[in-house]
Write a protein that binds this ligand. Structure first.
Ligand code: FMN
Length: 206
């Protein structure tokens, strides 16, 4: 099993990075046949701005730009995606939203047939989400922010492309939560990821 662990935080010393690294360690704990690549979008300088070339590709008038193709290739190489991100304005940060806007495009992630039918093209993939927030659980509960975010991300993005949301975790740093406990949980999430992948060859091997 190979996972692409995407982290979307500008600071490599961030808690988001620590969580992503612990998930990676967990994947490695699960056995030497399991691997991961860390995609640090800020560090790699991914440009999240949807541009004219992206529109041309979206409308299937031109091939995808090279940087988008490179992202699609590394997703193609993975069985599982893991997205780790700080919550900004009750949603994902702009760099991650732009990564999805540009990479999960018409013709590759799904195909819009004459505006009448949508073919989901990423049914082989699973995704694990870890959203990290600064607010307390009471604020999330009072306004229904986690449910709103999940509806948009789970259904609006991943289900649209056929990707199963395998786990979705909210990690809050307020309310006296111990960051070390979150990191322990992150490692456990990573260790459990391979078992959630049901590629035919893995089933046969098992
Ligand atoms: C621009 C911005 C918007 C934010 N919006 C939210 C928010 O809507 N809800 C929330 O719980 N925390 C919000 N936060 C707090 C971040 O989620 C929190 O600082 C981050 O997850 C903690 O990780 P870090 O210390 O590694 O940055 C926001 C932070 C920034 C910088």
């Amino acid at each position: 099993m190979h996972a692409l662990v995407v982290v979307a935080h500008p600071n490599s010393g961030s808690f988001s990075h620590a969580v992503a690294n612990h998930i990676g360690q967990g994947i490695e704990d699960a056995g030497p046949e399991h691997s991961f690549e860390l995609a640090d979008l800020s560090e790699e300088g991914f440009d999240p701005r949807f541009n004219q070339d992206d529109i041309a590709a979206f409308e299937m008038r031109a091939p995808f730009p090279d940087d988008v193709l490179a992202e699609q290739r590394r997703i193609d190489a993975a069985d599982t995606l893991v997205l780790v991100f700080p919550i900004y304005w009750w949603s994902m940060p702009a760099i991650l939203k732009g990564w999805i806007d540009r990479v999960f495009s018409n013709g590759w992630a799904y195909e819009d047939i004459d505006g009448e039918k949508v073919i989901k093209k990423l049914n082989h993939l699973k995704v694990h989400l870890v959203a990290i927030g600064g607010a307390g659980l009471g604020t999330f509960a009072r306004h229904g922010y986690f449910g709103a975010m999940n509806l948009q991300i789970h259904q609006g993005i991943f289900d649209y492309c056929g990707i199963e949301v395998a786990t979705s975790e909210l990690m809050l740093l307020a309310d006296g939560n111990d960051p070390a406990e979150h990191l322990k949980k992150a490692r456990n999430i990573g260790a459990a990821i391979p078992a959630k992948v049901t590629r035919p060859e893995l089933e046969m091997a098992g």
